[in-house]
Structures are given as structure tokens and as C-alpha cells.
Design a protein around this ligand. Sequence first.
Ligand code: DGY
Length: 354
Amino acid sequence: MSNVARPKIVECRRMPTEILKRLSDEGKIELVSWGGKDGQGQAPATREWVLENIEGAWGVIVMLSEKVDQEFLEAAGPSLRVVSTMSVGYDHIDLDACKKRGVKVGNTPHVLDDAVAELTLTLALMATRQIPSASRLVREGRWAESPWSPLSFCGPSIKGKTIGFLGFGNISQSLAHLLVPFKPSRIIYTTSKPKPFDITSSDFAPLADGSFPTDRIVISNQPEIGKLAEESDVIFVLASFNQHTKHIVDEAFLRRMKPTAYLVNSSRGPLVDTEALAKAISQGWIAGAGLDVLENEPNIPASHPLLQADCVDKVVILPHIGSATNETRFAMAELAARNILGGVGLLEGMVYEV
Ligand code: DGY
């Protein structure tokens, strides 16, 4: 294949997948990879590097950290056919601008549902069971200061509680299945795109008498989000981020929550008004929170309100690692690569196109 016809593909992180390297070795694509200072290509590509290197690209693989906007599209130029993001979320991509230029956009749904659901459940359990403060006590060699006592480090169980979901798509539904064995009494949700939910597909055995344990859980749509706030003991924020969902959890929402309730967000930081959340926790409107995402991440200084003494022991904050299982990240990388190759015509079609 001559150089002219060889599609240029830019990867803004070194992708843990063989297929692109193989095609590049075989001379079928021109692969330009961000290496970064350490040569490993795992740190985010700098904007300068991206803008400089995407000129003439047919396809660009991006992560959440790469903003695909007018400037990006202009820097790539008219050759660009496809942008493939190694994420299910695509709020970092200007879809309208891509559409106007005929640039396809691919993402990596489904393969991460279970991993994100597992991590989200972990956050809920950590927050409700006071793990941040309990584990800090031991790590700091201070266990003897708070030996076993009837009510120390107590928090609510999931059993018998009302669990609320803001958004009830694939990840929420995977999480709902994980929650069933914990025996909540109700699962209520609000969703903009209703999807059929079959609780009986939960992957666990029926009881000895043959009945299905989920019979005891009431599952219902609660479109009034204020009511969902009032009734839930744990609220999972699992909606996608867009102009309609920004700060869907705001001061008014938090004030309607129970003082014993917990908020868990593992979708996108700006769905929750962070300032209001810090107030809600420090002033006791709610009991605590589990967060895998935060507004303005990853630039979260130690002076952040949620990291101050009046909040820090009531929140679990993780650095956006919901999908970080080995299996999931390899599957996401493979899909992102297949989407790009499908988009430039080297495979038959994209696997997922937004
Ligand atoms: C996504 O895929 O959008 C997650 O936030 C990162 O795994």
C-alpha cells in the first residue's frame, strides 16, 4: 500500500491492544502514538501534542481527557473520518460539530457495565459502613483509641432500605442486579430513556422453596426526582452528563434527602453540585457520599471542601476508576480500536457508533 492511501491513525494514549500495532507493522496504517515523558504513553497527551499530530489523521482515538471541539476538528482537517473514545461517556466530544463535518464517533458501551456496577456498590458499602474513618484509625496505629464498642463505626445496612437511581440505563441495571441479594425493600428510579428491566435475570439461585427472592423487592419508576430524593436511603447517580443533567443533584435536591441517606456518584462529576454537597455533608443534611467522579477532576487540591475535617470522614472519593478492571480495560481498548478501524474502512463498520 502506498503512503498516500495508508490511513493515519493517532492514539492519544498507548492502547493496550495488539491490533493497531500489528496493522502498523504490516504497513496498513500509519500509527502515531503519544509516548509521554516516560515513553509509556499512559499519562494524558498534552493538548499541544494532540493538535500538532492529528493533522491529516483519518481516525483519532481519544480518552475522556481529550476535548474534541472545533479547534480539534480544524487541526485534524478534512481527512478526519472517525473519532473513537475509549469510554462509554462522550460528553467531551462536540457531537454536533462532528456531525456537521461528517466525522463518525464511536464509544465503548456494555463491556464496562459490570465493572462500574461493582465499583459503585463498593462505594456505597464503604460510605455506609464508615470505612474511610475506620480504616484510617488502623492505618494510623490508633486502633486502641477506639476499641470495639456497641455503636462505634455503625452505619445502615442495605437490607430493607429504599434504593434510588437517577438514571436507569445499563450500568444502573447491572448494579440493581448486584443489589438484589442485599435485599433492599424497594428500588426506585427515574430515567429519560426507559429500558425494560427484568429482575428475574438476576444471576442467583431461587430459595429452597423454589420462590424467587426478588419477589420481595418493589421496583418502580419515580419520575418526580424530589420524591426520589425524599424516599431513598441510598441514591445512585448514574445518568449521562449533558446540558439537562448538569447539577441534577443541587442544593434543593440535597435538602430533600434524609439526614441518614447517602449519595453515590460514579458517572460524571458535574451531575452533582459539589459546593452544595460539601454543605450538605458538613451541615448534616445527608449522612455521607461515595464519589468516583468530581467536578473539575483531576484537579482536586487538598484544600477541596470535601477533603476538609467536617466532610472527609463521611466521604469516599476515588480517582475515576469505575471501569478499571484488567478485563474491562482490555475490552474497552479492543472496542475503541475496532471502532476506529471500522470508521476508516479497514474493518466492516464500527462496533458502536454514537
Ligand atoms: C466511561 O467510560 O465513560 C467511564 O467514565 C470511564 O471508564
